[in-house]
Design a protein around this ligand. Structure first.
Ligand SMILES: Cc1ncc(COP(=O)(O)O)c(C=O)c1O
Length: 378
């Protein structure tokens, strides 16, 4: 869908794209300035420690204590080539062939691929809008077997926008401790929550989990730095050391200039993300309201990240501009052709019947795109 939408745009068609998984804001100026300065310093023109610049590792440890209350040491931090690389590294470190990883759906498309690349077996646990797309301890327990090694947990969630309450996070963490299940917890959207919904870090709420928990995070979403490629993994020192050795042979250090930019980001203020959060709150509210006004579409409130994840099943089997879609995959294709609106069908996230609409785009485009969808299917 994405490449088709891009090809249509390149051909001059006026496509409104809701596929973006990145903030539409530029990286804050003080971060860019730090990178420019770093470019001019010859020490950044050389190899540096594979696991990350020591100053950055310390700043990430400090920032983790500041933002989520989780006290860790620099030796527990591995700097990676984006959060995605941290996800891959986490599963590569933990999974032996055949180990099962519990994966609540809808899931970010990279998770099952990373698990499989590491030799693990994704065990998908379905959730739906009736439970706010949140997995329960009962579901986890029902899916647990002798081979269960890891649970993938993410809140705020991509694609559903769900944010678990502190009580829900704690209950899942306690279940993991009780059964010796590792948790890979992805905190990349920690600062993007809306209204009364707040991020809660699992190892902070359940300190006993620390020895069986890997935290994944990065600068991409909080500081509008998707292209800079800096993320990190936090975990027990032995896992981090082994992962650092692995990284030294796979990729060596993350680009020094990007690491210096990330240092300015994590050691600096959170003012820019406050501004982004305001814009995303406004856009999420608009999108949520407009989607629910469409007959055949129902959408729960986005609580975090920057996605609405509406249930589109009411549009399936219906005559839309002379065509009928049987699946959300077909619907996405039809809407792109007829209304020039691109969204990601739920099939991509293991959740057919739903669709992901990013609200990381300008207000006018957002309204225009949903209006076009409403006119087409109305
Ligand atoms: C849930 C989640 N985790 C991790 C990432 C990785 O981000 P990056 O590799 O750009 O740091 C993304 C990006 O879309 C994401 O949505």
């Amino acid at each position: 869908m994405d490449s088709k939408a891009k090809a249509m745009k390149a051909a001059g068609e006026n496509v409104v794209g809701f596929g973006a998984g990145e903030p539409d804001f530029p990286t804050p100026v003080h971060i860019v300035d730090a990178a420019i300065e770093a470019c001019r310093d010859p020490k950044n023109h050389r190899y540096s420690p594979a696991g990350g610049l020591p100053e950055l590792k310390q700043a990430i440890a400090d920032k983790t204590k500041r933002d989520s209350g989780y006290a860790v040491e620099a030796a527990q931090v591995l700097v990676t080539n984006g959060g995605k690389h941290a996800v891959y590294t986490a599963f590569a470190a933990l999974c032996d062939p055949g180990d099962e990883v519990l994966l609540p759906a809808p899931y970010w498309t990279t998770y099952p691929e990373s698990i499989t690349l590491a030799g693990g077996v994704p065990v998908v646990i379905e959730t739906g809008d009736e439970t706010g797309f949140k997995v329960t301890v009962d579901q986890l327990e029902a899916a647990r077997t002798e081979r269960t090694k890891v649970l993938l947990f993410v809140s705020p969630d991509n694609p559903s926008g769900a944010v678990y309450t502190p009580a829900e996070v704690a209950a899942i963490g306690e279940w993991a401790v009780e059964h010796g299940v590792w948790v890979v917890t992805d905190e990349i959207y920690e600062h993007l929550t809306y209204g009364a919904h707040e991020f809660a870090s699992m190892p902070t709420l359940v300190p006993d989990l620390a020895e069986q928990c890997l935290v994944v995070n990065g600068v991409a979403k909080t500081y509008a730095m998707t292209g800079w490629r800096v993320g990190w993994m936090i975990g027990p020192t032995d896992v981090v050391k082994a992962s650092s050795n692995f990284q030294s042979h796979a990729t060596s250090n993350v680009a020094n200039v990007s690491q210096r930019a990330a240092l300015a980001a994590v050691a600096g203020p959170l003012d820019d993300v406050v501004m982004m959060r305001e814009a995303f709150t406004r856009r999420g509210t608009t999108m949520h309201g407009m989607l629910n006004d469409i007959d055949g579409v129902t959408c729960i409130e986005p609580q975090g990240a920057f996605y609405c994840f509406p249930n589109m099943s009411g549009l399936l089997g219906r005559d839309i501009g002379g065509s009928v879609a049987a699946t959300t995959l077909e619907l996405a294709d039809l809407v792109l052709d007829q209304a020039k609106v691109a969204f990601v069908p739920g099939e991509a996230f293991g959740a057919p019947g739903y669709a992901r609409f990013s609200f990381a785009l300008g207000d006018a485009d957002l309204e225009e795109g949903i209006r076009r969808l409403a006119e087409l299917v109305g």
